[in-house]
Every structure is written in structure tokens, then in C-alpha cells.
Design a protein around this ligand. Structure first.
Ligand SMILES: C[S@@+](CC[C@H](N)C(=O)[O-])C[C@H]1O[C@@H](n2cnc3c(N)ncnc32)[C@H](O)[C@@H]1O
Length: 236
């Protein structure tokens, strides 16, 4: 099993329905906060279940949702397929989006599941799809020094304020015994330093900086805001 297969099933990552709901609501509100115009064309890449995508779509011109997992896309299609402001796409179908047409691309909590060559390939596609004035926001990037324990602490703090502490404690035990833990040990998660991430973005033709706040609940992780600079470095 790899990370793509892992996400193509029901997972124990969300420790309860309430956790999932609060997580997706927080992320959706953060995405809405990034939308600068009601006409904006937005791509949420690696969107997962995107439980509040309809709210995001109501605040922009068009919302593209893309996720690698066929099961996730099927569920999105069932829930949101009738919304004329939303298009659900497989990653392979990103070519359907016209070049230089997007105002905002948000990639939340995906980078840890990609290796560097996949990331570089995606950065090139995202660069092509963004308008010159557009922005790429890559969030929930795990720094080098952040461990599973830090993630667990951030989750428990979110659970405490969100009223799902008991479920979160049970969920942490479930996750520790699950395929997620096995894959984390076997394949690992990608971690990046702040300067390293800015350099990778620069190589792909972006000018980037770290945002003061991460999207979502885990402030030990990092968000980067990147704008196309025009110049794209040669492939390594
Ligand atoms: C941790 S979830 C994040 C979901 C959502 N962005 C959020 O903030 O909750 C990671 C998602 O990325 C998707 N994914 C994994 N690898 C991918 C890839 N190479 N391209 C697109 N989506 C991918 C998975 O199917 C999963 O839905």
C-alpha cells in the first residue's frame, strides 16, 4: 500500500464525525479568507471530502476540486456534482483547466504524502494554471523537527476546544494501531525546512514566503504563499 491507496478508503484519521466536521469547516473558512474577489477561480488540490465546498463555491466564481482518490471523487460527485459552480477533477484531468486562468490554488495537508519529484511536477502544473496575479497557498507542511507527538498534542488541543476530546483520545489509539502508523513507519512522511520549501518554490518559478499562520488547527506546521514570478528553473 502507498499513500494514494491509503486515502482511497475510509480512514481512522478523523477521530469522530465531529472532528471531521470541525476540521473541514475550519479549513473551508481559511480558504474563504484567501479569496480576494467573488469572481475568483479557485482550485482546492488534494481536497479530500471538502465538506464545506459549497460554502467556498458560494464565495468565488468557480471552484475546482481535485483529489487522487477515486472513492473521494465519487463521494464529492454525489454530494456536489449538481452544483454548477463546482467541477470535480482527477489530477490527470487538471489539463482541462485553461492555462493562466486560476486566481487561487490551495493545497492543504498534501505535501507530506508526496515525494520531491511528484511535488516538483505538480508545481509546474500549478504554475501553468495560475494567472500572473494568482497565488498558490501550500499549507500544513510538516517542518523537519515536528514529530507525531507534536501532531497528537495539536489534535488534543483542537479536540479540547471542539468538544471531542474522548473521541480524539480513542482515535489516537486507533490510528497508532492502523495502516497509517505502519505506512508512516515504512514509507514515511515528507518534511521540509522553511528555507528549503521557499527554494523549491523558487525553482518552480514562484516567489514565496511563509505565512504567519498555518491553515487549520495545527500551528506547528507551515503555510507558504507563492506567486508566479515568471522565471522557471530547468528541471533538476
Ligand atoms: C490529509 S488529506 C487532506 C484533505 C484536505 N485537503 C484537508 O485539508 O482536509 C490528503 C488528501 O490528498 C489526496 N491525495 C494524496 N495524494 C495525492 C496526489 N498525488 N494528488 C492529489 N491528491 C492526493 C488524498 O486522497 C487525500 O484526500
Amino acid at each position: 500500500m502507498n499513500w494514494r491507496d491509503y486515502w482511497n478508503q475510509d480512514t481512522p484519521i478523523y477521530t469522530s464525525e465531529r472532528h471531521k466536521l470541525l476540521h473541514y469547516r475550519l479549513v473551508a473558512n481559511d480558504i474563504i479568507g484567501l479569496i480576494l474577489s467573488p469572481d475568483a477561480r479557485v482550485l482546492d488540490y488534494g481536497c479530500g471530502e471538502a465538506l464545506f465546498a459549497d460554502r467556498i463555491a458560494a464565495r468565488c466564481g468557480h471552484l475546482y476540486l481535485s483529489d487522487a482518490a477515486p472513492l473521494v471523487r465519487e463521494r464529492l460527485q454525489e454530494r456536489l456534482g449538481a452544483n454548477p459552480k463546482i467541477t470535480i477533477l482527477a489530477p490527470e484531468a487538471l489539463s482541462d483547466i485553461p492555462d493562466a486562468s486560476l486566481d487561487l490554488i490551495v493545497v492543504n495537508s498534501l505535501l507530506q504524502y508526496l515525494d520531491l519529484s511528484e511535488l516538483r511536477a505538480l508545481l509546474r502544473i500549478w504554475h501553468d494554471k495560475l494567472k500572473a496575479s494568482g497565488r498558490l497557498v501550500i499549507a500544513d507542511v510538516i517542518p523537519q523537527d515536528v514529530s507525531a507527538l507534536t501532531d497528537a498534542k495539536a489534535l488534543l488541543s483542537f479536540a479540547w476546544t471542539g468538544g471531542f476530546l474522548t473521541g480524539a483520545l480513542r482515535g489516537l489509539v486507533r490510528t497508532a494501531l492502523s495502516d497509517y502508523r505502519k505506512l508512516r513507519d515504512e514509507i514515511g512522511l515528507s518534511h521540509y525546512g522553511e528555507a528549503e520549501m521557499i527554494e523549491i518554490l523558487r525553482d518552480a518559478g514562484f516567489v514565496a514566503e511563509r505565512a504567519t499562520r498555518n491553515l487549520g488547527h495545527n500551528q506547528a506546521r507551515m503555510t507558504f504563499v507563492a506567486c508566479p514570478s515568471g522565471a522557471v528553473a530547468e528541471s533538476p
